[in-house]
Design a protein around this ligand. Structure first.
Ligand code: 4AD
Ligand code: MG
Length: 478
């Protein structure tokens, strides 16, 4: 094919006077003369001016919304308003026809719910192309942050035999037949006959494997898909989501919090610097959407203001115990406004509590530490009080928990006792315990939910709109 130039590279006007070829999808075709062409490189369309008097009328008819075309011609400074440059077409080729009548995306505003049903086409809308360009830049920024700090990117397995979180919310992986699966003498399914000779599942977290690597390579991180069969039908949960999990030898909880706060700020800053057009567009979209809401439900800050606010303020750090005191004495708790009232120390925090702390009390991102051991995973380091663990959760406005992590329990005896208390099968976890047997060191890590970060940065309201093909209870389309 002819060498094409991306539309993004033409918009700054530096190529005016040159003859170029562009390829993309028709957004609109006006007055038989003006094509608005989009090729995904930018939100902006390129205007192509067609010499309709000298063009084959049959070809002009084929320039419909969503048809793909190639156009070659001279780039000129635009006469009209609304664009800096336009292309005077000398050669026009239809690459793929499209029946505009049947094309599901009409040139009007579609609801996000409708677009979710046609997720295979929603990349072609301004909103979703902007979201997925930002998603890309966030992923790159994450790799850059760790690479610049000397971390190694470790690929943890997707199929595992362990439950890293000990929460039992796993999707089973098997090749055994549903009808008449092989049974043991006791009548249980015989997983020795399964593909791996044991029962396996999709990973819920790469943490345990990252710990193995960290206790040899020092500073590592994983960035991969994770799977949870929790029946959470919310705007914050997916059954398949991507997680970033750094793990660092010789780090304690304070180092861990610094690393996480640094990561969030670095990635947000990167998007502000690289996705100005997308952020401006999404900010306007959000303002429009919020006009439908009553005043008290609207955000206090516009999207970019909110991002800057996160960059410029230190995250508020406090213990779970301090947070419970604040919540117990809060107005919504006293007036019975919380769905789950806070009565005593030990209560698990719900999203409504996390959001109260962040949005109403501190009005900035919050890091909560030292949770009761009962509500946290087995691998977290036990404090001297024997009651709390060196956990940390980072809570963000509009999101709630965006990061969950901890300093790890590096003492073999304490870890084994915790595992027994929590009914974690010790025999299957000997490989993990080996790290504590052979040169154990203090270490810490955390998990950042990638989609929750994309949700925050794009200002979208539903996590299903920031991953190309969302998986949630009752839905695994495409
Ligand atoms: O708090 P979680 O469950 O922690 C872990 O999995 C640890 N192994 C992490 C670690 O220390 N290495 O999950 C970490 C983050 C959450 O804070 C949240 O942002 C995200 O992962 N997350 C989800 N995102 C979307 N859908 C879900 N169902 C999620 N569950 C957790
Ligand atoms: Mg968590």
């Amino acid at each position: 094919m002819a060498k094409r130039t991306k539309i993004k590279a033409l918009l700054d006007g530096s190529k005016v006077g040159e003859t170029v070829t562009v390829m993309g999808w028709v957004r609109t075709f006006r007055n038989n003369q003006f094509i608005a062409l989009n090729d995904g490189s930018s939100l902006s369309n390129l205007q192509i001016v067609v010499d309709f008097e000298n063009e084959d009328p049959a070809k002009l008819k084929r320039i419909t919304t969503s048809a793909s075309i190639s156009a070659t011609g001279k780039l000129v400074a635009s006469q009209g308003r609304g664009q800096t440059v336009e292309l005077i077409a000398e050669q026009l080729e239809i690459l793929g026809d499209s029946d505009a009548e049947k094309y599901p995306l009409q040139p009007k505003k579609h609801s996000l719910e409708f677009l979710r049903e046609i997720a295979h086409l929603r990349f072609r809308t301004n909103t979703f192309s902007a979201i997925f360009r930002i998603r890309h830049h966030l992923a790159i920024a994450i790799h850059q942050y760790f690479h610049e700090k000397g971390f190694y990117y470790i690929h943890s397995p997707i199929i595992t035999g362990s439950d890293a979180e000990g929460a039992g919310e796993m999707f089973r992986v098997t090749t055994l037949p549903f009808e008449n699966p092989p049974k043991t003498e006791n009548g249980e399914i015989n997983f020795k006959k399964d593909f791996f000779g044991k029962s396996t599942n999709l990973t819920v977290s790469g943490q345990l494997e990252a710990e193995l690597a960290a206790l040899a390579m020092g500073e590592v991180y994983t960035f991969g898909p994770t799977f949870r069969a929790e029946n959470s039908n919310t705007s914050r949960h997916l059954a398949e989501f991507w997680m970033i999990e750094p793990e660092v030898a010789f780090n304690d909880l304070d180092d861990n919090m610094d690393l996480a706060e640094g990561l969030l700020k670095y990635t947000i800053k990167h998007v502000i610097e690289h996705c100005a057009e997308e952020l401006a567009f999404l900010e306007t979209r959000l303002l429009e959407e919020e006009k439908q809401k009553p005043q008290h439900e609207r955000s206090e800050m516009a999207l970019r203001e909110k991002l800057m606010f996160c960059l410029e303020n230190e995250f508020q750090r406090l213990t779970y115990t301090e947070a419970i005191d604040i919540l117990k004495n809060s107005n919504p708790n006293k007036k019975g406004k919380f769905q789950y009232p806070i009565e005593a120390w030990g209560a698990d925090l719900q999203s409504e509590h996390e959001r109260y702390l962040v949005e109403k009390h501190f009005k900035k991102p919050v890091i909560l530490t030292d949770y009761p051991k009962q509500i946290k995973a087995f691998y977290m380091k036990l404090n001297d009080d024997n009651n709390t663990v060196r956990a940390m959760d980072i809570l963000f406005p509009g999101i709630g928990e965006i990061v969950g992590g901890s300093q790890r329990e590096e003492r073999l005896d304490v870890l084994m006792a915790r595992m027994e208390e929590m009914h974690i099968p010790l025999e299957e976890m000997q490989w993990f315990l080996d790290t504590r047997r052979f040169g154990t060191v203090p270490h810490a890590g955390f998990g950042l939910g990638f989609e929750r970060l994309v949700l925050f940065v794009t200002g979208m309201g539903n996590i299903r709109d920031v991953i190309p093909f969302p998986r949630f209870p009752g839905s695994a389309e495409f």
